[in-house]
Design a protein around this ligand. Sequence first.
Ligand SMILES: [Mg+2]
Length: 314
Amino acid sequence: MGEHALIQRIRARLPPPPSFVIVGIGDDAAVIEPERNALEVVTTDSQVEGVHFDFTFVSPADVGHKALAVNLSDIAAMGATPRVALLSLILPPTLPVDHVDALIDGMAALAVRSKVAVVGGNIARSPGPVVVDLTVTGSVHRRRILTRTGARAGDDLYVTGALGGAALGLRTLRSNHADSSAAAQRYRRPEPRLRFGVLLGRNRAARACIDLSDGLADGIRQIGEASGTGAIIDEAALPIEPGATPEDAFRGGEDYELLFAVSPKLRRRLDAVKRLTKDLAVTRIGRLTAEPAFLSERGGKAEILPEGFVHFGP
Ligand SMILES: [Mg+2]
């Protein structure tokens, strides 16, 4: 069973959400309104040794950084500002304490830079792998929330940064554990696009947004399916990390860039965001269509978009 099917199955067994839930299961994060006009965003994600990381080529500090970064990326995708984090560590008793120190230091450096406070958590014993699980909250104004559902046919699709770098980095790290290339760094230390996400929401420039944790193809399908559109991608326009392939971009995952939909009429709002974030590339890669197919065009020929990355085996 795939991850999306499993999520649907879990959702079906839970009672319907109460009215203070503005965005429930199925987006990058949940949005709740505990008090009128005071919106909070909540997300959770974990890094599991042997599944998400391998200590032969990532350091404990990298794991600490990435465990927080993947959560902040979901907060960014909602247009929210992160506030606090709860850290649940599940550790084997054999893990050296200096590894724990380094993991926390890696996390703390990103937390300080992102103005997130780690305010609590839990520690439990693991029979084997290290598990670093985080819950992060954020805040956002109601009219500035970015979800996956608001896009329309005719909207242009854009991505931040470069794609495929994490997949390339993972491949090179598996054969050269000490690789310090830009791609290896992308894999070890993804950079959540917090400022860009907040500005995109604040300027109301995007109709839908998602962070790319499971590959570009998955992100496009998620936005299209949530918004009731198809999409056509111009493969030649993809901003691919030097050395990576379109396949790495479409299926690789873990790039943690933002994918978002902009109405051509609101293009000037996006230009305003771009002026404030000059150091980050923003590339138009295609558009959403009324026809429900997800296509990629190369040399005048359209093909079905590859399926994204799959977490839970066949
Ligand atoms: Mg996400």
